[in-house]
Write a protein that binds this ligand. Structure first.
Ligand code: 8YV
Length: 327
């Protein structure tokens, strides 16, 4: 008999088809957002789940899932999974790294440029029928070329963003838990490792690409915003909660920094309503990895992890290798 799995959110039909060759699949193509209790009920008797950031797997949930062997996240970030609790129960956990690096880095640039050069703000103005003449000082923004780019979180996506800055003749500074090797720094447009404080004081544009954890919560709050240059741009591509959104709104209102581009929010898909009243923000609904080929690659990567895990093979992106032998 094939093992049973749940695909917790809607996904490409071809991926459901692929999974059905290996498993009894319960899918959710209507994309119902299950409550934790509903998720737990759906997972009784199931060996695996393909999940997204919207489903939480913490110790309490895992304690009620005795049959579960793998949580395969369709995301590189896995702050929705308590990996230590999974390990304690012998449940494998996996994510989808690498396949989204370049697409997410492309989007980081799109968001940075839209924010620094006031693209959505000026488009809204034009659409509102306000364009009656040209003026020398309409929508003056900040330059990207020749400026200093500060990247907080210099993992694979951060490095891909840094590489792209070569074409803009930018200087790159970064802050990260650990310093990159000399070779990696050279490849990342000769990025220079600095303290977080120096980065905030020096960068013209700050891009956040670090994983969310209790330590990275509010990496950017009132004190950090205070350090930034008045003309600076802040872009958050990482996770809601890395920025203190209330503090950011206060700083944007007071023009302590010039503008922010945000793809992620605290409590998304809900977000602080005051963002909507601000002109100096560009707001997108968590779409940095959303190119068609990349989302398909992510779904297939999560499927690869499920298929391997439930056929006694090591999942390619296993986050807790200690669990592998316990299957
Ligand atoms: C996902 C993301 O699409 O990979 C991540 O960590 O943030 C996005 O690419 C989203 O989290 C859905 O799981």
């Amino acid at each position: 008999m094939k093992p049973g799995i749940l695909v917790a959110r809607a996904v490409f039909p071809e991926v459901i088809e692929r999974l059905s060759q290996h498993f009894e699949v319960e899918s959710n193509q209507d994309d119902v957002l299950f409550t934790p209790d509903q998720l737990i009920a759906k997972l009784q008797g199931k060996a695996g789940v393909m999940s997204t950031s919207s489903s939480r797997f913490d110790a309490d949930v895992l304690a009620r899932l005795p049959d579960l062997k793998i949580v395969a996240n369709m995301a590189v970030g896995y702050d929705n999974i308590d990996v230590a609790a999974c390990t304690a129960r012998g449940v494998m956990a996996s994510n989808t790294p690498d396949v989204l690096n370049e697409t997410t880095a492309d989007f980081g640039w799109a968001l940075l440029m839209a924010t620094a050069r006031r693209i959505t703000e000026s488009e809204h103005w034009l659409r509102a029928g306000k364009w009656e003449k040209w003026r020398y000082d309409y929508f003056l923004g900040a330059d990207l070329h020749g400026s200093t780019l500060g990247i907080i979180g210099m993992g694979r996506i951060g490095q891909a963003i840094a590489r792209r800055s070569m074409g803009f003749d930018m200087r790159v500074i970064y802050h990260n838990r650990s310093r990159l090797s000399e070779q990696q720094e050279a490849h990342a447009n000769h990025a220079v490792y600095v303290s977080k404080e120096e980065l905030l004081r020096t960068a013209d544009h700050v891009v956040l690409v670090l994983p969310y954890s209790s330590e990275s919560r509010h990496t950017i709050a009132a004190a950090e915003l205070e350090l930034m240059k008045p003309g600076a741009t802040l872009v958050n591509l990482a996770r809601g909660g890395i920025v203190d959104d209330t503090a950011l709104i206060t700083a944007l209102k007071a023009k302590k920094i010039a503008a922010a581009g945000l793809d992620v929010f605290e409590n998304e898909p809900k977000f602080h309503p005051d963002f909507l009243g601000l002109e100096n923000v560009v707001l997108t609904p968590h779409i940095a990895s959303a190119s068609a080929p990349t989302r398909k690659a992510m779904a297939n990567c999560a499927a690869d992890n499920l298929i391997a895990a439930l056929s006694q093979q090591r999942p390619p992106n296993l986050l807790n290798p200690e669990t592998f032998r316990q299957v």
